[in-house]
Design a protein around this ligand. Structure first.
Ligand code: SAT
Ligand code: MN
Length: 593
């Protein structure tokens, strides 16, 4: 069946507020055509065909990678841009010292002036989308207006789009308005702006990932964190996974790590040899919305419907389930393109191709100096492809969370695993998280930056008040999850990783779950509860030098002196808004050390 792109997609949503806003936006941006997305497969085929015709997508080898396409973004547009990201709350204090703030009226005027007539000669797509399972009370509706067909095709994978969103919304005025204009991709005219009081996002000048797929970081974290504070829930930069024991007992865990610390790998982990009967199910790999349930436990949904994962380093060893997930219906962005119409990246299972085109379309051979794939190249894949997708992922009530894990990329100082003494201490562990910077955001790579709860770039309001909200949530949760801190990245003096990571992280999870179930003892240390060496399952772990676990868990006083001073830098910045519990926790830590 052939679908006429030009004649497709003309069934506007009946919600009067949506229609009025779309009309208004069309008058401003002056597109040649308006295309309302319905989310159907026929529509997907028509959009893919059109994107290929325009050269936005390249069709990959359909025998090897059915339904898969390839995209190159503009070389200046390959990551999130925090310096161009603004929280435009009415008052500057509401954005807080860790966000860029701009006065909302002036910023809106500036953005609308940029958007004016920007879609002339182009198609304006209207994407109704739902973040969260259909009919979940935790789900939220957004509409993204965009002139990027690539954004539409990514949103199709990352969110539940089309009729399901209109149905969830009904006639309610309660939806997020998202306007996205590519403009000319000039970094000077690149702004990602959030208007929390208006539940509105305007993003111009970038077509990439978290800058342009407005349901993801913009709505599901920055705007949602503001809504969560108002409505009594948490919007977090967390994966959600379920561990099933050989007896069929399931424990759900939410874990926060900064971008590019392996959230997707952890969320899709395969238990290693020796863990017969254990299974890890994925609920989500990036974002969790968590709200106390009627039974007094904390429940989490994954608002997304797909994975926007880092390609480099993904292979059958690091993430076999991801490799299966991206065999079909996947968009690959900024990876290398092989002559046979398949894709490659550094750290792929296949050896480097004798020749290929790099992420910028230039001929590449193994002798080339530059990388073939951009370090922040990505796959966009539907979560339904994941062989270990948790059956509960679509449950409207979400899954009950028993453990919250905070982690970062720390070559020194921070032990492999420890458990917080209590909720406040857990909030302190999250608040003082740090991590080495990576390529997911533009900027220097390899420095430790404080990244509280992995939310530094994503908290849509004052970070000090965000800690207060976390502390206050304790009162609303009768049976709070236990809180843990992990670090897979500790190195020895020669820069070698002390811990094998990946599937072997199951051993850490096993201890965490045993703690949650009251089955493992622990020793008290200045930093928190730590596993007794004899309690920690190292059975069958090949090539693991004796004494490495002790090295992984060691507390080095000099390193901790430096660490506390570093933590103070963020606390000083937030001082005016910092809950006093955080200062107490700091004092207690100093005293214990
Ligand atoms: O922000 S993105 O969605 O582009 C990816 C990330 O940083 O997690
Ligand atoms: Mn992320």
């Amino acid at each position: 069946m052939k679908h006429d792109f030009a004649r497709h997609g003309h069934s506007p949503c009946s919600n009067p507020q949506v229609r009025a806003w779309v009309q208004e936006t069309a008058e401003l941006t002056q597109p040649d055509r308006i295309f309302w997305c319905d989310g159907s497969d026929a529509e997907r085929d028509a959009l893919n065909a059109e994107a290929v015709r325009q050269g936005t997508l390249i069709t990959l080898n359909q025998d090897r990678l059915p339904g898969c396409y390839y995209h190159r973004s503009h070389p200046n547009d390959v990551a999130r841009v925090e310096q161009c990201t603004y929280i435009c709350s009415e008052s500057e204090v509401d954005a807080g010292p860790t966000n860029n703030w701009a006065e909302p009226k002036a910023m809106r005027a500036k953005l609308l002036a940029l958007a004016k007539d920007s879609m002339t000669g182009r198609t304006m797509f209207v994407v109704p989308y739902l973040m969260g399972p259909a009919s979940s009370p935790l789900s939220k509706v957004g509409f993204e207006i965009t002139d990027s067909i690539y954004v539409v095709l990514n949103m199709r994978i990352m969110a539940r789009i089309g009729k399901v969103a209109g149905k969830h919304l009904g006639d309610s005025p309660d939806f997020n308005r998202g306007l996205h204009c590519l403009l000319d991709l000039n970094p000077e005219r690149r702004f990602i702006c959030h208007f929390p009081e208006r539940n509105e996002i305007i993003s111009v000048g970038s077509g990439y990932g978290g800058n342009a797929l407005l349901g993801k970081k913009c709505l599901a974290l920055r705007i949602a964190s503001v809504l969560g504070r108002k409505e009594g829930w948490l919007a977090e930069h967390m994966l959600i996974l379920g561990v099933e024991s050989p007896t069929g007992e399931k424990t759900f865990v939410a874990a926060a790590f900064p971008s590019q610390c392996g959230k997707t790998n952890f969320a899709m982990m395969v238990p290693p040899a020796g863990f017969d009967g254990w299974k890890v199910w994925t609920v989500g790999d990036d974002i969790a919305w968590m709200k106390p349930g009627p039974d007094g436990r904390l429940y989490a949904i994954n608002p997304e419907a797909g994975y926007f994962g880092v390609a480099p380093g993904t292979n059958a060893k690091t993430n076999p389930n991801a490799m299966r997930t991206i065999q079909r219906d996947t968009i690959f962005t900024n990876v290398a393109l092989k002559p046979d119409g398949t894709v490659w990246w550094e750290g792929h299972d296949d050896p480097p191709p004798a020749e290929c085109l790099d992420w910028q379309g230039r001929p590449w051979t193994p002798n080339s100096k530059e990388k073939a794939a951009h370090p922040n190249s990505r796959f966009t894949a539907p979560m339904a492809n994941n062989p270990m997708l948790a059956p509960e992922a679509d449950q409207p009530e979400g899954v009950p969370i028993d453990a919250i894990i905070f982690g970062g990329r720390r070559p020194t100082t921070v032990p492999l695993v420890l458990e917080a003494f209590n909720w406040s201490h857990g909030v302190f562990l999250g608040a003082t998280m740090g991590s080495e910077t990576t390529a997911a955001s533009s900027g220097t790579v390899g420095q430790i930056r404080r990244d509280p709860m992995a939310m530094l770039p994503f908290c849509g309001y004052n970070m000090g008040r965000y800690f207060r909200h976390w502390l206050d949530m304790r009162k609303a949760i009768k049976f709070p999850p236990r809180v843990f801190n992990v670090n897979w990245f500790r190195q020895d003096a020669d820069g070698q990783f002390l811990w094998p990571g990946f599937g072997q992280n199951m051993r850490v999870l096993q201890w965490i779950i045993a703690r949650c179930r009251g089955r493992a003892s622990a020793q008290e240390t200045p930093l928190g509860w730590m596993p007794l060496i004899e309690d920690f399952n190292l059975a069958g772990l090949a090539n693991f030098p004796a004494g490495n676990l002790e090295r992984l868990q060691a507390i080095n006083p000099d390193e901790w002196r430096r660490e506390i001073l570093q933590q103070d830098e963020l606390f000083m910045k937030l001082y005016q808004f910092l809950p006093k519990e955080m200062i107490f926790q700091r004092e207690l830590l100093v005293a214990r050390l």
